[in-house]
Design a protein around this ligand. Sequence first.
Ligand SMILES: C[S@@+](CC[C@H](N)C(=O)[O-])C[C@H]1O[C@@H](n2cnc3c(N)ncnc32)[C@H](O)[C@@H]1O
Length: 544
Amino acid sequence: MSFAFSRSVLKRIPMPSKIAMPAVSNGPRKVKRHRAKKQNPEPTTPLGVLLNHEIPEICKEHNLTLEQVSNPLNKVLNNTDLRAKYNRVVESVRILKYSSNGEGLALLPHPEIPDGKQIAVVPFAMPEDIVTVRVFMTKDTHVDADLLKIENPSPLRKQDLIRCQYFGACSGCQYQPIEYDDQLNFKRQTIINAYRYFAPRLTSMGRLPEVGATVASPLKYGYRTKLTPHYQFSRHQDPSVRPNFGFGSKGRPSWRDVPKRDYPGEVMDIEDCIIGTDIVRQGLRNERAQLEKLVESGQVKHKGATVLLREDTRRNREELKGSTAEDGTLSIVEQNGMFKTCVTDNNAIVSEYVNGLRFDFVANEFFQNNNSILPKVLDYVKSNLALDESGDNYLVDAYCGSGLFSISCASSVRKSLGVEISAHSIKFAKRNVELNDIHNCEFIEGKAEKLFEKIDFPKDKTSVILDPPRKGCDEVFMKQLAEFYPKRIVYVSCNVHSQARDVEYFLTETEKGKDYKVESIIGFDFFPQTHHVEGVAVLSRATY
Ligand SMILES: C[S@@+](CC[C@H](N)C(=O)[O-])C[C@H]1O[C@@H](n2cnc3c(N)ncnc32)[C@H](O)[C@@H]1O
């Protein structure tokens, strides 16, 4: 039997520290009082958006003050009768809108105050649904509720579009029952909201263009080149039985007959994930079967792990290594003359092809997860860099990863400079220029602002691509970018909220940023069936 699974793939989850024994005491037993934890999320996370923008907005729309919708949390936590009153079933609830996280938001009657209200977050409910919910968690500002029944569906709800048996309990997808065009519209609305919330000055000054229609993904299912299922042994579980292997679950909804979960609220047992590519889906099946064998034979000694499933594409079949089927044969999918395996080793080197260019990278490092949409994104980014046809152009690629943008634009520029914090990614960016026989791209390792120490490109001929992680850019970087004064900036982002915040800061808070105009804002649907949207904002300098 192969040990590859347990040795190379698994990331150990730390064991809980020893449980402290209670101190011996002779006095009367103290009643333990529960104290609510203060919620102070990062403002551009889904919870930050909910607390700072979505809840106040609902209050405003319904003439409610924040006090009128807040809950006496410490009282509820310490009084069982009161908790039972708050954790209740509520019928005939109209869902008002989606949160930025693709969850339904609603107003419930207050359980104590006759004309009071509570704001409820209801996963899997959609705007205009009339539903029955069960409140299971009270927070200061809102309550969390499970969707129990759809009494009257929203006109946008098409239940027969749901293709996954786990939809409605798995935390991965939110939009399966919605026609694809409507999904794209919801994502556009997310971007519009993000700029209203995080770029209020630009919005009120009329300095933002209309957000464009979200660009569709060619593949609506079967697109994800990376999945990371996990498992965890619970304390009460027979250690010789395979634990659930899959993804996190959401609440305990009962509106759909989803296959039984033994450990609600934890990991769901998922046999197949249909948003994965064919080979990644095969990898999921293989690794699940492997885990079963290893557990049965007592070879899994740790409490849980996350398993990487990453597509690897090669021209040459002999180069492939990866997940094997139960009979020990390597799983391979052949597609358009290329061969694909599913790699499970975090440190393996994998390849992807985009527009005929080859990109190698370390399996657990960042690479875009939807290969099918990349040609459209690259076309759009390239056409918005305002590159001169003579080729007298320079490109800065900040947060460059393994060089996707620099290398894809190399034939249209004289020189490019990429910067990236991950040493691994930089190593592979350098290797990728060699693999593609490119000679005008340079890469440096370090924080994004490091590039300003190095750069000697003429500002009037330089365009900048920004593609930071979810938290966005920091102010130091934005200030230096404004000082550098490039002719054009294309800002790609997987979090449109931090993007909107950065664009507002750049245009309103930096001296030279005031000379820029936001030319366009548009979404790309990298993750169909989910609430995620990738935003691309184009900024141009007034004169160059
Ligand atoms: C969304 S990825 C984009 C990668 C690349 N543009 C691509 O499309 O493949 C963001 C990248 O920023 C890098 N990163 C994170 N913080 C950084 C920082 N402060 N300075 C430079 N790079 C950073 C991450 O390692 C990651 O590779």
